[in-house]
Design a protein around this ligand. Structure first.
Ligand code: FEO
Length: 169
């Protein structure tokens, strides 16, 4: 059993994860358009990850006998800069998501909602990984700078990223 306030907050998080998916899908489309197929793959895998995050929340709200409420998804920017700027924007967005998850944990703590506290542990760990991935990409992109060959090498490397669905609890 979870409170109505918690249900509303979790439904809000579903929307944020759906927007994240939409944002990365948009970034993937941009990368495909400019010929960076490896970067496009990286962002499309990220889209799949975000959809799985949204579904994890969706399943949890259902499992608590509460109603999932879906709201409109904000339009993503549609225009992006260099790969470095894209990853800087990605990191900024993920930091916003991390704060949002921490807000949910604060609420679960306030409400002594032990089930949701445990459920959210997975998301806390996931956010550490998400931010680490972005920081690593930013460091690599800063290292190669505007060197076309370096960018080409990174693009090749990103072709290999595969989506691994999170394990069911
Ligand atoms: Fe689901 Fe990237 O946060």
């Amino acid at each position: 059993m979870i409170s109505k306030k918690m249900t509303e907050a979790l439904n809000g998080q579903i929307n944020k994860e759906m927007y994240s998916a939409y944002l990365y899908m948009d970034m993937s489309a941009h990368c495909t358009y400019v010929g960076l197929s490896g970067f496009a793959n990286w962002f499309m895998v990220q889209y799949q990850e975000e959809m799985s995050h949204a579904m994890k929340l969706y399943d949890y709200v259902n499992s608590q006998g509460e109603k999932v409420v879906l709201n409109a998804i904000e339009k993503p920017p549609g225009k992006f800069g260099t790969p470095l700027e894209m990853f800087e924007a990605t990191l900024k967005h993920e930091q916003f998501i991390t704060e949002s998850i921490h807000g949910l944990v604060d609420l679960a703590n306030e409400e002594k909602d032990y089930a949701t506290q445990i459920f959210l542990q997975w998301f806390i760990t996931e956010q550490i990984e998400e931010e680490a991935n972005d920081n690593e990409m930013i460091a690599k992109l800063k290292l190669v700078g505007i060197d076309g060959n370096g960018l080409f090498m990174i693009d090749k490397e990103l072709e290999t990223r595969l989506f691994t669905p999170p394990a069911k609890e």
